[in-house]
Unconditional design. Structure first.
Length: 481
């Protein structure tokens, strides 16, 4: 790989991705000249441009030779000896810019590989798992950042506390990283400590079988150098190096027998209660208890995420008072169960959930927060392969809502698969109150459904595609109903 002293320019293929943009911001902060390509503009790419990062949306290598291009002068992208190219697997092999860079001798590295190299310079606190890793890693970053310890962070979402997906703290030797299992990316990391939240099979287009998926996590645990904190009871057999410690975390509810100490996690929450719309709980470590903590974002699943984040923060020296203040001041992550409208007539919630178990968790939180409301769920399936592999599970979970609305599948990096569509999924849903709607028609469709339901309604939009582009319009139009 190019020596760090030789690199002057960094070019990102797929710069609009959440993980890619975090790295781009990091290299910009380090003083490199940064540019990138993405297929379409987005709020995130516009922010990068405002920060002085050049972004092209034209898949044409000719832009590198344009006299008016910032890439030409001072960013001589044609100098392969001083340019590092970072790519995401979401950019297809036949992309013209990618082909040009390969054909001209540029050093092209996957995002995960570059992230791994960057984080080797610090104590990496990584959060892995099928679900919850973005919220948990952002919580952990906030707990450390607002403490005396401080941290750097590369996050998989935009922190509502800081308005960014990267935190930089030159005086801290720590870095918080979301460890992504897609394409075995997390195998490039060398965690000092790591959380594993869940190992429910996903990305079967990459792994093939649930067993291979879990094996990838077992291999990952063997890369940890100090401590593993894993959710109590998950189907994971860690493969730890000698001397690496292992703790479990979880939530004990009112039905958990007190005499079953053998089943008690090392870190756990209990005494959970709701007061004036806020969630409070007690946090137990192996040696102490913090009572009456307030959860900054009162979503039920965040209790478990908070326990994991506080466990790692506590193990690294964050004080009890800093834990208490940090978890109360946590504002959440964009597109992680964000409540955009909350009136007696309508509650509108948007969430990134795109796996059956994640959607089930969102539905459970909706039912707890807004009981006895007519529940309309809007789901945009993400990837043909995921829709195919989990069609029955999606149908079962979606069918528990009062009304189901499907958008067409968001393909992302994939080509269509014959027989796999939102129509196929709709047929499997047993709930008779179901529809398929085009994105352009969704706002009018929901306004009509609201008019037909005089009772209080809750609407949930979920999915990992581009459904988030509809949120501002839905918030404005539905909030006026």
């Amino acid at each position: 790989m190019i020596k760090s002293s030789d690199i002057q320019h960094v070019f990102f293929l797929g710069i609009g991705g959440i993980g890619m943009s975090a790295l781009a911001r990091y290299f910009k902060h380090q003083g490199y000249i940064v540019a990138g390509y993405d297929r379409t503009p987005s709020p995130l790419t516009r922010e990068l441009e405002q920060e002085g990062i050049f972004v092209t949306y034209d898949d044409d290598p000719a832009i590198f030779n344009s006299p008016s291009s910032i890439l030409h002068s001072p960013f001589s992208i044609l100098n392969s000896h001083h340019t590092l190219v970072v790519r995401t697997p979401a950019v297809p092999e036949d992309n013209a810019i990618y082909s040009f860079l390969r054909g001209n001798g540029f050093d092209i590295r996957k995002r995960a590989e570059v992230l791994g190299l960057v984080t080797r310079q610090m104590k990496a606190l990584c959060v892995a798992g099928t679900h919850g890793k973005t919220t948990t890693s952002t919580m952990l970053a906030h707990l450390l950042y607002q403490s005396e310890i401080g941290t750097n962070a590369f996050l998989g979402g935009i922190s509502m506390n800081y308005g960014t997906n990267v935190l930089l703290c030159k005086d801290s030797g720590y870095v918080v990283v979301e460890a992504d299992e897609y394409d075995r990316s997390f195998h490039h990391l060398r965690p000092y400590m790591s959380v594993v939240t869940a190992v429910d099979p996903d990305h079967l287009d990459i792994y093939g079988t649930p067993e291979a998926y879990r094996e990838a996590f077992a291999y990952y645990t063997g890369l940890i150098t100090n401590t593993l904190v894993m959710k109590h009871g998950i189907a994971l057999q860690p493969r730890l190096q000698p001397g690496v410690k292992c703790y479990t975390y979880g939530v004990r509810n009112d039905q958990t027998p007190n005499d079953q100490a053998v089943n008690t996690p090392d870190f756990y929450a209990d005494a959970i209660r709701v007061k004036n719309g806020q969630i409070y709980f007690d946090f137990h470590t192996p040696v102490t208890t913090l009572q009456d903590l307030r959860l900054g974002v009162p979503v039920w699943v965040n209790i478990e995420n908070a326990v994991a984040a506080m466990a790692v923060a506590w193990l690294n020296g964050v004080t009890e008072e800093e834990l208490r203040n940090g978890i109360a001041s946590f504002k959440g992550v964009q597109r992680r169960f964000n409540i955009h409208v909350n009136t007696p007539r309508l509650a509108y919630v948007d969430d990134y959930a795109h796996h059956p178990e994640e959607i089930a968790t969102s539905i459970d939180s909706i039912r707890r927060l807004f009981p006895n409301r007519h529940f309309i769920g809007v789901f945009q399936p993400h990837l043909y392969t995921r829709t195919r592999d989990f069609a029955d599970e999606f149908a079962r979970v979606l069918g528990t809502m009062d009304e189901v609305v499907l958008l067409p599948i968001y393909p992302a990096r994939e080509e269509p698969i014959e027989g796999v569509s939102s129509g196929m999924l709709l047929q499997k849903i047993t709930n008779p109150d179901k529809s398929i709607v085009q994105k352009t028609e969704l706002t009018d469709f929901l306004k009509k459904r609201l008019a037909e339901h005089p009772e209080p309604v809750v609407i949930l939009t979920v999915g990992a595609g581009d459904i988030d582009r509809l949120v501002p319009q839905l918030e404005k139009e539905l909030g006026n109903e």
